[in-house]
Design a protein around this ligand. Structure first.
Ligand code: 13P
Ligand code: SF4
Length: 359
């Protein structure tokens, strides 16, 4: 039963003590989050993975790319464990290393040798990948002068990239890329969309010649469900409502909202509100429901009336958490995520550039 599982997890954690640290993303279900030593957004959890050198194992309750990142940033002999190996991310899967390399080759034909800075010292294209991508993609970015971003530092990272290159190739999430670049003043007609299934990404060469940000054709299946109609309805039914959405939402939704920001931004905005406020939130339901329970002085609801959890985050069932902890107690290391050396070295370069980037 649920109660027995909870007991099993508590007992295993008590036996393991400081030998194990459990990290949980904001989108994890409540029955998992209660056992996490740290709960946060993907940027915070990357930091948490770095700051626990004493732990033998990091149990990552989140999705595969986050566990890979934790492996890249933790000590080499620390084991990073993903309780269910089927917890992937459909957005991360939208940029395969083969497709990105193929795109890079075509951009090289168009813009010239991509490894050579021009007379002003600027590279033709700087690749920027959202954290929500495989380690192989992060390795590609690291090898080619690029950098990683999360939804909480996308603007800072784009500024870093614009200081080094004429253009940015941004992947996998077109919405985070478009929303961030638009807020920085990049015109929409200078942000062509790259569809990996079409020649030249589905663009003509003139469009690409004038590009400032080339947006990869990826999206989050949870956040793309939010609509302007939902925002209009929330405003009609709740006068004075504050609408906050995640920047993985489509541009028209971000434009219609009062604010947009990462999961940690959303949490902080609600925590900082001094007057009782109604919040309509456009992000994953587990975070919205947790905030509603934590801040009963406010009315907090999800913009989407049809409950929409991230189906892959949801694959971390407490049963899997109990299983991996029991295995650790027994001296085994199941479901270990280990990025191979040849990928890990350049991927770490791209992550370290992110951690060092300043506006
Ligand atoms: P953040 O944790 O950066 O807000 O990203 C949300 C998300 O979609 C994670 O998969
Ligand atoms: Fe991927 Fe979206 Fe789920 Fe985040 S919420 S893990 S981006 S599918």
């Amino acid at each position: 039963s649920e109660h027995e599982l909870e007991q099993r997890i508590r007992e295993a954690k008590a036996v393991l003590g400081d030998r194990v640290v459990v990290l949980g993303h904001f989108y994890q279900r409540e029955e998992v989050v209660v056992h996490a030593d740290y709960v946060g957004d993907s940027f915070q959890l990357a930091g948490a993975a770095r700051s626990h050198p004493e732990a033998e194992a990091i149990v990552f309750c989140g999705v595969h790319f986050m566990a890979e990142t934790a492996d890249l940033l933790s000590r080499p002999d620390q084991a990073v464990i993903l309780p269910n190996l089927a917890a992937g991310c459909s957005m991360a899967d939208m940029a395969s290393i083969d497709e990105v390399e193929e795109c890079w080759e075509q951009l090289g034909e168009l813009y010239g040798d991509l490894s050579q800075p021009d007379a002003d010292g600027l590279l033709p294209v700087v690749p920027v990948t959202y954290m929500n991508s495989s380690a192989a993609i992060k390795g590609f970015v690291g090898r080619n002068g690029g950098i990683v971003c999360t939804s909480s530092n996308a603007r800072t990272v784009l500024e870093w990239a614009f200081a080094r290159g004429r253009r940015v190739l941004f992947f996998p999430d077109q919405h985070l890329g478009r929303n961030t670049a638009k807020a920085m003043g990049v015109p929409l007609d200078r942000m062509p969309l790259w569809n990996p299934r079409r020649a030249w990404g589905g663009n003509d060469r003139d469009e690409l010649a004038g590009a400032r940000v080339i947006l990869w054709h990826g999206f989050c299946s949870v956040h793309r469900r939010f609509t302007v109609e939902q925002i209009d309805r929330a405003r009609a039914e709740h006068p004075g409502v504050r609408v906050i959405v995640h920047p993985e939402c489509p541009m028209d939704v971000v434009d219609a909202a009062d604010e947009a920001g990462s999961t940690e931004y959303i949490r902080t905005a609600i925590a900082a509100a001094t007057e009782p406020t109604t919040f309509a939130v456009g992000t994953e339901i587990n975070l919205v429901q947790r905030l509603a329970a934590q801040y009963p002085q406010h009315e907090i609801f999800c913009l989407d009336p049809v409950v929409c959890p991230c189906s892959t985050m949801y694959r971390i069932h407490p049963g899997y958490l109990a299983w991996v902890l029991d295995e650790l107690v027994a001296g085994r290391t199941p479901n270990r995520i280990q990025v191979p050396r040849d990928v890990a070295d350049p991927a770490r370069v791209a992550l370290e550039r992110m951690l060092a980037a300043r506006p």
